[in-house]
Design a binder for this molecule. Structure first.
Ligand code: ADP
Ligand code: ZN
Length: 730
């Protein structure tokens, strides 16, 4: 007996889609991509009808009579074909299960069920005998519009009594429609014809090239220009072009919650705000946004990396701003790099993608050199603003007094800046007051019980906090080791300590201390931006969060408290990252008429990073960096995957690692390093070990890893995580 079976992918970490029966009642009503409710054991789960051919693995051969039927189909727009291909692709690339990737695309289950409240109505052509009164005609004209309206809205807008609408419903002339559209009918539309700024010649050329690419198939363009050169204005033109073609646009920003200035500029340019997607949206906001995207109603979406997995039916352009930024790497669950996956999404959708940065990643630069990506260069700052003058303060010579962190040249520069009525930024990429607290009697260091990490003092909150698991406690008065009272001392600075020192030197200044724990959302960020712009602040003390994208015309001095921070550790990208971060911080200085200057406090002024920053010779730096990676066969010249094994019990974790180690892949062009304790050998109470798989470019790294890990299954609280192209080395 032939049975109608369908594959349904469930948002769960299962190896492949499951087979279900299509019951008679739904015959012909369910298509690939539809969201359906299916039984799974005792539960009901929402899944997506998946393509027959998509899965690499053969389908299950469960006999038809054992299959369970699909329960029902949900009235939501189907998951578009490209989204399904994208999910399969990401799963294969990241060595994850497709269901885990689907879960990211279905992050808002509530969006799939029609809202309980309003039903919307659409006009059907009435039979010739139906009496079309004047009020009825008005209602039908409205119900014929693009956006279905609720009965109440129809009555109100047509200025008729609700009875008229009800009569039409009863006569079958108004039919209920999917209500997805009604909730989002009020979305303002960005207007591409809203006047933008007059572009400079280089900006015009870059804009023209990106505009020409819209609607012309897949292309990767790198918008490469120094900070302040107007990259945003340029890609706004490409967005306008996509809007004119009625296509959707996605802009990925690394720190969306803090992009108040960006949002303001977008609204100035297009007369309406974009649709924002980030984790701070409430449940209702997420649901409405998801629907607005799925219906195609949301035209321009701006979001953090997860916005990539929204179900765009009509995406026409992708923009990744600050493409080099490490925040695009998702380190939990499905581990992926949103920039790289965005390029894949563009390729699948046959659309252009713009990668913007003042310090493009080496991967991107190499792709430009190989001719795979096209470079659109903006050589200068807009309107004659000049790049800041960058110099080093050699801490071996100009060291701060004991217990202080600001060197005499930096203090003097601050003094001059404040005297001129200008603003300064002190940058240190470390939150809190001090990274380490130790007992001066016995040397005992306060650490987290659940992580291999010191507790960081946050004096403002009177807490010691683990930055990895969030554990916190008050400073004990007595040392747990030697029991001596009150001998704890703070070692090293965090931004709070720098702020304290600055206030001690300049008691009259107005200061803002900003880190991810103080600038917690769009509102806080907007308030912060306003205060700085209106010059209610003289000095900013902050972490990398203030390095990103802000444009403060009166900010003329940037002091980097510890330029060497970040150069240590086993991360092959440490040098490149430090360069990118410091360039970006430096780029905050002197963005308008007044020239900026940057002082880098360092113990190694001759380090290639410092030299490149001071000379402004980025390309020489990149060439050198590329060379050293090539010699070591590191990405992008070789391929890397980290495999992280973690478990509650140390011995079981090590046993499992030994077994894996015996099965480790070998062959030409394949090297497996490890297992070694991870830098965070203990995280949230779990013991962690790392393998590093290194292969030549020609090797199918994913296949190697998949096969290897497929030979052993992790049980009993053991967990295996795969990180393809690792960026974090903790
Ligand atoms: P980037 O993104 O390259 O750092 P921005 O796009 O932020 O540069 O531009 C820097 C500043 O210069 C912004 O305030 C922007 O509004 C302004 N600007 C850039 N191009 C123009 C232009 N053509 N006309 C007017 N203002 C511009
Ligand atoms: Zn911890």
């Amino acid at each position: 007996m032939a049975v109608d079976r369908l594959k349904v992918l469930l948002p769960l970490p299962l190896p492949r889609p499951y087979d279900y029966l299509l019951p008679e009642a739904l015959s012909g009503l369910v298509a690939v991509g539809d969201f359906v409710v299916v039984p799974l054991g005792p539960r009901e789960v929402i899944g997506v009808v998946w393509d027959e051919s998509a899965s690499d693995t053969p389908g299950s051969d469960t006999p038809g009579e054992k299959l369970k039927p699909i329960r029902r189909r949900l009235e939501a727009p189907p998951l578009p074909e490209i989204s399904r291909r994208f999910i399969d692709w990401v799963a294969r690339y990241t060595v994850s299960s497709p269901g885990s990737v689907l879960k990211m695309a279905m992050s808002v289950p509530a969006a799939l069920e029609p809202p309980a409240s309003a039903t919307a109505w659409k006009a059907e052509p009435p039979s010739p005998t139906f009496r079309l009164t004047e009020p009825r005609q008005r209602v039908l004209a409205l119900a014929d519009g693009v956006t279905p309206l609720s009965a109440a809205a129809l009555a109100r807008q047509a200025e008729v009594s609700p009875m008229v609408v009800r009569g039409l419903v009863e006569a079958g002339v108004l039919l209920p429609v999917s209500t997805l559209a009604s909730a989002i009918a009020s979305l303002p539309r960005p207007d591409p014809e809203h006047p933008g700024p007059l572009l400079s010649l280089p900006q015009r050329q870059a804009a023209d090239a990106s505009v020409a690419s819209v609607g012309n198939g897949f292309a990767v363009m790198v918008l490469d220009g120094v900070t302040g050169s107007g990259k945003t204005e340029v890609y706004f033109e490409a967005i306008a072009a996509a809007l004119r073609q009625e296509r959707q646009v996605l802009v990925l920003l690394p720190e969306i919650a803090l992009s108040a200035q960006w949002l303001g500029r977008f609204e100035t340019r297009f007369g309406a705000p974009p649709v924002v997607w980030h984790s701070d949206l409430g449940a209702a906001g997420r649901r409405d946004t998801w629907r607005a995207v799925a219906s195609g109603e949301a035209r321009v979406v701006v979001g953090a990396r997860s916005a990539l997995f929204l179900p765009y039916p009509n995406l026409g352009l992708l923009v990744v701003d600050e493409e080099h930024d490490g925040a695009f790497k998702q380190e939990e669950g499905v581990i992926y790099h949103a920039r790289d996956m965005a390029v894949v999404r563009a390729q699948l959708g046959k659309i252009p993608i713009l990668l913007a940065s003042a310090t493009p990643s080496l991967e991107t630069v190499v792709n430009v050199q190989a001719g795979r990506y096209q470079s659109l260069a903006l050589p200068n700052r807009h309107a004659g603003a000049v790049l800041p003058e960058i110099s080093a303060v050699d801490l071996r010579q100009d060291s701060p007094p004991r217990g202080f962190w600001l060197s005499p040249p930096l203090v003097q520069a601050l003094e001059e800046t404040f005297a001129a009525g200008e603003q300064a930024l002190l940058f240190l990429n470390r939150r809190g007051y001090a990274p380490l607290t130790l007992c001066r009697a016995c040397g005992f260091r306060l650490r987290c019980n659940r992580c291999s990490a010191w507790l960081v003092e946050h004096r403002g909150r009177n807490r010691l906090i683990c930055h990895h698991c969030g554990f916190d406690r008050v400073l004990p008065s007595r040392c747990p080791e030697c029991l001596v009272e009150d001998r704890f001392t703070a070692c090293g600075p965090g931004i709070e300590r720098i702020a304290e020192e600055a206030l001690h030197r300049f008691p009259q200044i107005r200061m803002a201390v900003t880190a991810s724990d103080t600038l917690t959302g769009p509102r806080a960020a907007a308030a912060f931006v306003q205060k700085v712009t209106e010059r209610e602040i003289d000095l900013l003390v902050g972490t990398q969060i203030v390095a990103k994208g802000y444009h403060f015309p009166m900010l003329t001095l940037v002091g980097v408290v510890d330029a060497d921070l970040g150069l240590e550790g086993g991360d092959p990208r440490a040098t490149e990252r430090t360069y990118q971060l410091l360039s970006q911080v430096a780029g905050r200085a002197g963005r308008a008429e007044r020239r900026g200057r940057v002082l880098l406090q360092t113990y190694q002024p001759e380090h290639p990073v410092m030299e490149a920053l001071m000379s402004g010779d980025r390309d020489a730096f990149l060439t050198r960096e590329a060379e050293s990676r090539r010699l070591l066969s590191m990405p992008p010249y070789g391929r890397l995957a980290a495999v992280i094994i973690s478990g509650d019990e140390e011995s079981a974790t090590d046993d499992f690692c030994r077994k894996l180690s015996r099965l480790a892949p070998h062959g030409p062009g394949i090297t497996v390093l490890g297992p070694a304790p991870a830098a965070l050998a203990l995280l949230r109470g779990r013991h962690r070990r790392r393998f590093l798989v290194k292969t030549e470019r020609s090797v199918n790294l994913q296949a190697v890893v998949r096969q290897w890990l497929g030979e052993l299954s992790a049980r009993g609280g053991l967990r295996v995580q795969v990180d393809i192209d690792p960026y974090g080395f903790l």
